[in-house]
Design a protein around this ligand. Structure first.
Ligand code: AMP
Length: 214
């Protein structure tokens, strides 16, 4: 199964992507996580990407495509994947389609998790991240067992630079301008499904599963 998660930054698509990936036993591929791992490892790719990410801007398409095309070659992708944060521009979507068509393949579902901008700005201000494993929590809605500490790594949780309100506003602008056009792109292909992203995590998940099983 090949699924794309769409939605603004902070809409909760990463949380849902992880749950879907676990249910179908396919990898959850987050380009944001891959960039953050590269930043942590101080790779060339990480150093280049950081300049854009810290400003809330998109990393240029050619850098993203370079890393994602490599990722699809890994053996764990043989039964599909859940893409989270990719594609984010029309050129990325077209490049993805072109890569799949070569293997007579295609994306089956594009799931849009919809949340209004004001709700996202509030949510992101409360989000806390573990810079070791990439897991995210929320000070009100997804608390770690011990306040401020990652359940898995025992590392101190932080407010990511790109989750700060001024950066979030910029990311939302970038989303509306460059990523939202993908909704029409996948609607025209007949594979767009929109879910309301403001309910409880498990209810949203159930709604998505109904779509994937239909
Ligand atoms: P995310 O964790 O998906 O919100 O991604 C964090 C940041 O990584 C974004 O704000 C972008 O700067 C960068 N990024 C992640 N995925 C992409 C992509 N597909 N295209 C361009 N930039 C990306």
């Amino acid at each position: 199964m090949k699924v794309i998660m769409l939605g603004a930054p902070g809409a909760g698509k990463g949380t849902q992507a992880k749950k879907i990936a676990a249910k179908y036993n396919i990898p959850h591929i987050s380009t944001g996580d891959i960039f953050r791992e590269n930043i942590k490892g101080e790779t060339q790719l990480g150093l280049k990407a950081k300049v854009y990410m810290d400003q809330g801007l998109l990393v240029p398409d050619e850098l993203v495509l370079e890393l994602i095309v490599d990722r699809f070659k890994a053996p764990d992708c043989k039964d599909g994947y859940v893409l989270d944060g990719f594609p984010r521009t029309i050129p990325q979507a077209k490049a993805l389609d072109a890569a799949l068509v070569k293997n007579n393949d295609r994306i089956e579902f594009a799931i849009d998790v919809y949340v209004a901008d004001e709700v996202i700005i509030d949510r992101m201000a409360g989000r806390r991240a573990c810079l070791d494993c990439g897991r995210t929590y929320h000070v009100d809605t997804l608390k770690p067992k011990v306040e401020g500490i990652c359940d898995y790594c025992n590392t101190k949780l932080v407010l990511r630079d790109d989750d700060k309100p001024e950066t979030v506003k910029m990311r939302l602008e970038v989303y509306h301008e460059q990523t939202q056009p993908l909704l029409d792109y996948y609607k025209e292909k007949g594979i767009l499904y929109s879910v309301d992203g403001t309910g409880a995590i498990d209810d949203i998940y159930e709604e998505i599963i109904q779509v994937l099983m239909a």
